[in-house]
Ligand binder design. Structure first.
Ligand code: GLA
Length: 367
């Protein structure tokens, strides 16, 4: 294993263990997690593998097969793994020093949560080595806290929870208010379907500032409506009549998106998997027009996927680049890929990368 040789070269000796945590795609439930809402992501086959040993002092050193090192400073990529150790200590957990080597194969910039994979692989390793007794959900919360407080990205809990809790062949229904979760069987091949990930290869710079702004819009709307969060809006028409501008649009998205997650769950339970497509389309329009987090590359991916025969398609993740997903009959998947590739070529854009989304296992110890 490359991560083990990287560990040995950087630190000497063999690691005490090796752990893996995956990235994710989100089937539906976008920008709902920080509004106490519902999300339905699943783990992808790509992730981060971490080889880790304890140290007798308090130092935390990290090396990456992709990014080099070792480093001990909280900067760049190292803020994620070191941030997890520091956050665990701040939470009163007895975490000593550690030597950590990581190897990631989550496609960079694809919006598939390489950062959550990095956080959760290290969180699980430290949990096992220092016998912290934290549940997968506890580890997800610690990972989110590290990202919020050390990295400075005000994300919700979806990505870390998907990485920590997913089950192979299932999507993860997570109620971000109660943090209750359920594994929902999600077997596309048996329905003659495939979920294609269309990696646009773009990441628009405004992403981070705009994410924080969307969060604030939602919080301001909730405050104006006198509710704890937008999850509490039960009468949408009444809420919209009391709001205007951005707050009105964000509320329209979040409230309807929670209903779309519930509708998808209903369809999956009924075995009407292809029908989920219409809800993916509706989710995309709402993210584009009401939440305003799409971009031309995502819109063209979605529109050309639908022209190419998709049952439905939407952007996935935070937006402003990254990936779209398209649900398509397996025997039409090649046509879809051709349509999307041609649409990109016609605009003189870099060719998108296609991958198949296979619901994979969550974080685990490998060795
Ligand atoms: C990013 C964040 C998540 C979530 C999504 C949007 O991936 O990390 O917490 O808010 O955006 O659904």
């Amino acid at each position: 294993m490359q991560v083990v040789s990287s560990f040995e070269t950087a630190f000497g000796g063999t690691p005490e263990g090796v752990w893996h945590a995956p990235g994710r795609v989100n089937l539906i439930g976008e920008h709902t997690d920080y509004n106490d809402g519902l999300v339905l992501p699943f783990a992808v086959p790509w992730g981060v593998t971490a080889a880790v040993s304890r140290r007798s002092d308090d130092r935390v050193r990290v090396v990456s097969v992709q990014a080099g090192g070792p480093v001990e400073e909280i900067e760049g990529w190292a803020a994620y793994p070191i941030g997890v150790a520091l956050t665990m200590r701040a939470a009163g957990l007895p975490v000593g020093g550690a030597d950590i080597a990581v190897d990631g194969d989550v496609p960079r910039g694809a919006g598939l949560s390489s950062s959550a994979a990095l956080e959760i692989s290290v969180a699980l390793a430290l949990n096992d080595l220092y016998d912290l007794g934290q549940s997968p959900l506890d580890l997800a919360r610690l990972g989110q806290r590290a990202e919020n407080e050390v990295v400075g990205m005000p994300c919700g809990i979806m990505d870390q929870a998907a990485s920590a809790l997913s089950k192979e062949g299932h999507a993860l229904l997570l109620d971000c208010r109660t943090l209750g979760s359920r594994a929902i069987p999600f077997d596309l091949p048996s329905h003659g379907l495939e979920l294609v990930i269309i990696d646009t290869g773009v990441h628009h710079e405004l992403a981070d500032g705009q994410y924080a702004k969307r969060r604030r819009d939602c919080e301001n709307a909730a405050e104006r409506l006198g509710v704890e969060s937008l999850r509490d809006v039960t009468d949408l028409a009444d809420a919209l009549s009391r709001l205007s501008g951005d707050e009105r649009k964000r509320t329209q998205h979040v409230v309807t998106e929670n209903h779309r997650v519930e509708a998808v769950i209903g369809l999956l339970r009924a075995g009407a998997v292809a029908e989920v497509g219409a809800l993916l389309n509706a989710s995309h329009l709402s993210l584009r027009d009401q939440f305003e987090v799409s971009c031309p590359e995502l819109d063209v991916a979605v529109e050309s996927a639908i022209k190419g025969g998709a049952r439905g398609a939407r952007m996935t993740g935070g937006g402003f680049g990254g990936s779209a997903i398209a649900l398509v009959a397996t025997d039409r998947a090649d046509t879809l890929r051709r349509h999307v590739a041609e649409a990109y070529e016609a605009r003189g854009w870099k060719a998108p990368v296609f991958r198949t989304a296979i619901p994979s296992a969550g974080a685990r110890r490998l060795v």
